[in-house]
Design a protein around this ligand. Structure first.
Ligand code: SF4
Length: 233
């Protein structure tokens, strides 16, 4: 792909799409200051088509509630803007806003303790909470072609495969109001998202090194994890 042929918001020098203190009376921002790689310049038809989805009342209402949730996470104080709600409280608040009663946790077997704590919290807040571990089915890894020497616990040991498709189908079958992904591995989470047909959100992603906070590597990429910035390929 030619460099100015695909969007690169991450490298935008102007971010004119954002508010930047604009008043409602100023109207929408001009695209003149948007870079050539701006998706608003490159693919206006895509944007128009996507935005038309909000004309659907169900979608519009969901988006409205999500924006109200966002709004409620800040306080505009004389000293400046303050944040106030951790994501776990947002999960509770947003679920209540949406009228959700039945939640489902799709968790990693390695985060069974976290899944139990999350269940306690959500049940204490009045939700019905189902949960399903990634090892559900107890299917041996050989089923997907894993070789003996590719098993973490050693070639002679049984290893149940992570089974995100089944996790998703359990959520679909229960028809939970909201499925919550908790700590699934990379790739396994991709499969879960692909097969999950009920509304879903994420409370945690797997990072074995950084306590499930992968962004810590970004924050350390100028120091202890400088190797991430080494150019390759
Ligand atoms: S949408 Fe355009 S203006 Fe906004 S961040 Fe992306 S490139 Fe910049």
């Amino acid at each position: 792909m030619a460099k100015d042929r695909y969007p690169m918001c991450a490298r935008c020098p102007t971010r004119v799409c954002e508010s930047h203190g604009r008043k409602v009376s100023d109207g929408p921002p001009s695209l003149e200051k948007a870079p050539a790689f701006c998706p608003m310049r490159l693919m206006p038809e895509v944007i128009t088509k996507a935005v038309s989805e909000y004309d659907k009342s169900e979608v519009s209402e969901f988006a409205r509630l999500a924006s109200i949730q966002e709004f409620e996470c800040y306080e505009l104080l004389p000293g400046g803007m303050r944040t106030r709600n951790p994501r776990i409280e947002e999960l509770i608040q947003f679920s209540r806003k949406c009228g959700y009663k039945r939640l489902g946790i799709a968790h990693c077997g390695g985060l069974a303790n976290e899944a139990r704590i999350l269940t306690d919290i959500l049940e204490n807040k009045g939700f019905e909470v189902a949960s399903v571990s990634c090892k559900v089915g107890a299917i041996p890894k050989e089923r997907i072609g894993i070789k003996a020497e590719e098993k973490m616990a050693g070639p002679e040991n049984w290893e149940s495969m992570c089974n995100p498709i089944t996790q998703a189908e359990v959520m679909n079958n229960l028809n939970v109001d909201l499925a919550i992904m908790l700590g699934l591995c990379i790739g396994h989470d991709t499969l879960f998202i692909r097969y999950c047909r009920v509304p879903m959100t994420v409370i945690g992603v797997k990072d074995r090194v950084f306590g499930h906070n992968p962004l810590a590597a970004l924050y350390l990429s100028g120091s202890y994890y400088r190797r991430l910035m080494t150019k390759e390929g």
